[in-house]
Design a protein around this ligand. Structure first.
Ligand SMILES: [Cu+2]
Length: 155
């Protein structure tokens, strides 16, 4: 990214255009993936910031989306769930090794009842495989977040 030193246009302009291009490319890629792969089951997000999971329309049948994601500690280890459904849902995160549906007494995070448009955010602080579920629809709304440390993703 440091190859523009000897080119004519001001560096600020190049950086600005580059950033705009990156944002546009990311947005287009996101739309492309969303349109063509709605069944995606495992999403590895490396975008800095919050990782996003939604309860889609008819989530009691359709489950969380994506149902499995992998996030990176220190990059996007904070996950935000958004209820896009018209039916209330919850998020109950079980500890590593705690199973897919754990009791509320051992859960490491539990949302309140989320109505349409409500969000719940949780920041993971340790690597591991975390299962979570909706306490209102525990039989059908079950999903997983794999949290990896940043060092395990650099080569
Ligand atoms: Cu639910």
């Amino acid at each position: 990214m440091e190859t523009e030193e000897n080119y004519g246009p001001p560096r600020g302009m190049i950086l600005g255009l580059g950033l705009v291009g990156l944002v546009l490319a990311a947005a287009l890629a996101g739309v492309f993936i969303f349109k063509l792969q709605p069944q995606i089951t495992n999403s590895v997000s490396t975008t800095a910031g919050e990782a996003s999971v939604v309860m889609p329309s008819n989530a009691a049948v359709n489950n969380f989306a994506p149902v499995n994601i992998t996030v990176i500690l220190g990059v996007n280890g904070t996950v935000m769930w958004t209820n896009q459904d018209t039916i209330p849902h919850t998020v109950v995160v079980c500890p590593v090794g705690g199973g897919q549906v754990c009791s509320s007494s051992v859960a490491i995070a539990s949302s309140s009842v989320l109505s349409h448009g409500d969000t719940f955010t949780y920041s993971f602080t340790a690597a591991g495989t975390y299962h979570y579920y909706c306490s209102i629809h525990p039989a059908t709304m079950r999903a997983t977040i794999v949290v990896v440390s940043q060092t395990s993703t650099t080569s």
